[in-house]
Design a protein around this ligand. Structure first.
Ligand code: PAF
Length: 265
């Protein structure tokens, strides 16, 4: 039940909520009397049907968390409500969506941009909150909102990490105990690369440091490392003077994990 006339904040999620989502929802609730969370496992952003099938679904505990944090409403549509059988319209950021993580998961950001557009329109939210862990997703959404003049403000919220640095993700529950022990290597590699850039080294040296550290972990298969200018999202080179974003993705068994860091060198 929405509460009075105040601004409406949306936290889009695919459920399987963890402390990272809780921080997003808490941030939205602290700033807005009408915070809505959506739970929808969006089929169009999964390239691989097996990945969609295996996506964790924890509806009961999700609703408990959202109730405890104090959202005004939860939106849980069905796939047919979101995607009519004869639908024809998609939303795509043409260039940005095909680079970096998008090159590893073709079509992924088209699915994200399309579903997020629908969620923005259905909820008529004034503000939406997204985690910074999905760094390219946040950039795609910001660009879509700017390009299409959506009347909504986008807020990024810092990544929440486990005690050993592993970024919280709904995918972490699918890691074997051995892969879970190995996975903090992503954060270790990013932290080392951050140190390199902050000590005046080049982007190329920072990328080399990431490769070296991930290379020490046999359970990790590195998929991508990208360092971009945080403002333009173009690849950063040499010794950057502006804020950068570093993105990394690696497979642990069949689970693809991503992580990021944004900082001014
Ligand atoms: O980040 C996510 O959980 C999803 O990509 C989102 C934004 C809810 C769209 O399905």
């Amino acid at each position: 039940m929405l509460r009075g006339e105040g601004s409406v904040a949306l936290v889009p999620t695919m459920g399987a909520l963890h402390a990272g989502h809780e921080k997003l929802v808490q941030t939205a609730c602290d700033a807005h009397s009408n915070a809505i969370a959506s739970i929808f496992v969006n089929p169009t952003q999964f390239g691989n049907p097996a990945d969609l099938e295996k996506y964790p679904r924890t509806e009961e505990s999700d609703l408990e968390i959202l109730d405890r944090v104090g959202v005004a409403a939860v939106f849980m549509p069905t796939a047919t409500e979101m995607y009519p059988a004869d639908e024809e319209t998609i939303v795509e950021t043409t260039h940005l969506a095909q680079k970096f993580h998008g090159a590893v998961r073709p079509g992924h950001f088209r699915g994200v941009a399309t579903v997020v557009t629908k969620l923005f329109h259905i909820t008529q939210a004034d503000v939406a909150y997204f985690g910074m862990k999905d760094y390219q997703q946040l950039a795609v959404i910001r660009r879509m909102v700017r390009d299409l003049h959506f009347p909504i403000e986008i807020t990024g919220v810092e990544t929440v990490r486990d005690h050993d640095g592993l970024a919280l993700s709904s995918r972490n529950v699918r890691l074997t105990p051995e892969d879970r022990t190995a996975a903090p290597v992503l954060y270790e590699a990013l932290s080392q690369a951050e140190n390199e850039l902050k000590s005046g080294k080049t982007v190329e040296a920072a990328i080399e440091a990431i490769r070296r550290i991930i290379g020490t972990e046999p359970r990790a298969t590195l998929k991508a490392i990208d360092v971009v200018n945080a403002r333009t999202f173009l690849p950063a080179e040499g010794v950057p003077s502006e804020k950068v974003g570093m993105m990394i993705s690696a497979l642990f068994g069949e689970v693809l994990l991503i992580d990021q860091k944004e900082f001014t060198p």
